[in-house]
Write a protein that binds this ligand. Structure first.
Ligand SMILES: [Zn+2]
Length: 146
C-alpha cells in the first residue's frame, strides 16, 4: 500500500518528523506521556490531510496531499496530529481542538488553527463505467489470451 510513497517521499522522513515533534512536545511540557505514535499512510484520504487515533496510538496521513504539497509544507500537519495524541495523553481525555490543544501547539511554537491551508482539489470519483473498464483491463492483463 505504501509502495508509491516510498518511491517519492521515504516513510522514514515522515516518521523522523513525527519523532521530532513528539520529542519537542515532551521537552516543552517536561512530561513523558509514552512512546511516539505509530505512523500510517492512506491513499484514500482526499480532503483530510491527517488523523490521529488515541485508542491505537496512531497518526495517519494522506499520501495524496503529502505528495501534492511536499514534505516541508506538510510538516505542520505532522505536528498537528502528533499534538492531538500528546494532548489527549497529557490530559487523559479527548481534547479535540480546545484550548488545551491550542496551548500544546503554542508551546512548540506552531499555529493552532484547526484546519490545514492546502487547497484541496476534489477529484471526481470513478464512475461505474470507468470502474467497469478498469476491471476488464485488469482481467485482460491477468489473462491476455483469454
Ligand atoms: Zn485536528
Amino acid at each position: 500500500m505504501d509502495a508509491v510513497l516510498v518511491n517519492v517521499i521515504p516513510r522514514a522522513s515522515v516518521e523522523a518528523r513525527a519523532l521530532h515533534w513528539w520529542t519537542a512536545l515532551t521537552t516543552a511540557h517536561d512530561t513523558d506521556v509514552g512512546p511516539v505514535p505509530a505512523v500510517r499512510f492512506s491513499k484514500r484520504m482526499r480532503t483530510t490531510a491527517g488523523t490521529a487515533c488515541n485508542r491505537t496510538h496512531t497518526v495517519r496521513f494522506s499520501t495524496r496531499i503529502l505528495h501534492r504539497v511536499g514534505m516541508e509544507a506538510f510538516d505542520v500537519t505532522i505536528a498537528h496530529e502528533v499534538a492531538h495524541i500528546y494532548c489527549d495523553r497529557l490530559h487523559s481525555t479527548r481534547c479535540g481542538h480546545d484550548r488545551r490543544w491550542k496551548s500544546v501547539m503554542q508551546r512548540i511554537g506552531l499555529p493552532s488553527h484547526r484546519c490545514h491551508n492546502y487547497s484541496v482539489e476534489r477529484q471526481p470519483r470513478r464512475t461505474n463505467r470507468t470502474a467497469r473498464l478498469l476491471s476488464r483491463l485488469r482481467a485482460f492483463l491477468r489473462f491476455p489470451i483469454a
